[in-house]
Design a protein around this ligand. Sequence first.
Ligand code: UDP
Length: 417
Amino acid sequence: MLSVHTSPLHQPGTGDAGGMNVYIVELAKRLAQQDIEVEIFTRATAAGDPPSVELAPGVLVRHIAAGPYEGLAKEDLPAQLCPFTHGVMTAWAGHHPGHYDLVHSHYWLSGHVGWLASERWGVPLVHAMHTMAKVKNAALAEDDRPEPMARVIGEQQIVAAADKLIANTEEEAADLRRHYEADPGKLAVVHPGVNLERFRPEADGRAAARRRLSIPQNAIVPLFAGRIQPLKAPDVLVRAVAVLLDQEPALRDRLVVPIVGGPSGSGLDRPEALHKLAARLGVCDVLRFQPPVDQQSLADWYRAATVLVMPSYSESFGLVAIEAQACGTPVVAAAVGGLPVAVRDGCTGYLVRGHDPRDYAQVLRRFVENPGLSEKLGAAAARHARCFGWEAAAADTAEVYAAAQDAHRRHLRSAHG
Ligand code: UDP
């Protein structure tokens, strides 16, 4: 596997580390349990990064030196793809021929490295986009900056070069066809999973989690969890909270709005923007900013919440939506990207069209007015989330690998007459 711009060893929820890191860790571990050994190449970002680290039995992370450890943004990395590829090739040269059976690249930067590596090694290339420039640009928040043309071109090249493209949902597969003219024969849909041992409901879970987090038992708790950037629209939740408090000032005493995560992407341009907005709207007292936490602690935040709110502008899947549900917490989400797959409207939460804070406030009011609603939807949410185990995702991915190997062999046979 190739994960150039972010390491599976990094804490997700801030900077460049998010759902893709979780995806790679969980998938690699489950593939290893199914006897597919995995090596993950990633860029070294600290002087102390050892050349390789065993992440789990059968999963090795290899650090490649490519550019300075710190100070490079994701946007700077296209210039480091040659040094990175050089490092990958050097590692490969130390092995017997045929060491790697297949390359699975994640995100377009890795796809470019994978393209070359797969051709050099004579093995298939399976690629997962995770997010796509054209899809993001088509649904930008008002103050967000678009993805550059170089990325669009890079993605186009990978779509043409890959033997198989793994999409999170049918919607993403359709986007690959619509925006990048992907060959339908290359597309495979594999739903990501959720770690059902880590994210699970617990008897008395909400009360216990609230005690641990010092949240009053009678509080209404709409939770935001994830990377703080315009694309994820935490500002829509903050604005919705202001609308709600305007309509019902008495709610102020029992409204707690945790925002768990750190700045990322274009959110790093103005890391204080959300705090300033909250101050302007006079809602600082109900917000609780919490830097990124490990997943064990995040499960507690999910359990403590009345509802997870995810007003994203685009989302290829949205792991936090399925994690919260796995903990028995319903989700209010924008009806974009993979979220309509993750959330069953009216059953495990609610989908909202658009990003008008008043619409989100209206949905949040339902939880205020109907105290049993969170528990009712949460029970259905926990059942729904059980369909998304990583074992199934890994088994489906292994099938894609086998199909890629078949397609690759057929391609070679026809190329050689
Ligand atoms: N996450 C975490 N700690 C935090 C916030 C988020 O570990 O404080 C993890 C979360 O469990 C999830 C991932 O970060 O698996 C975010 O994935 P998602 O698909 O929701 O968003 P992405 O980051 O891919 O845009």
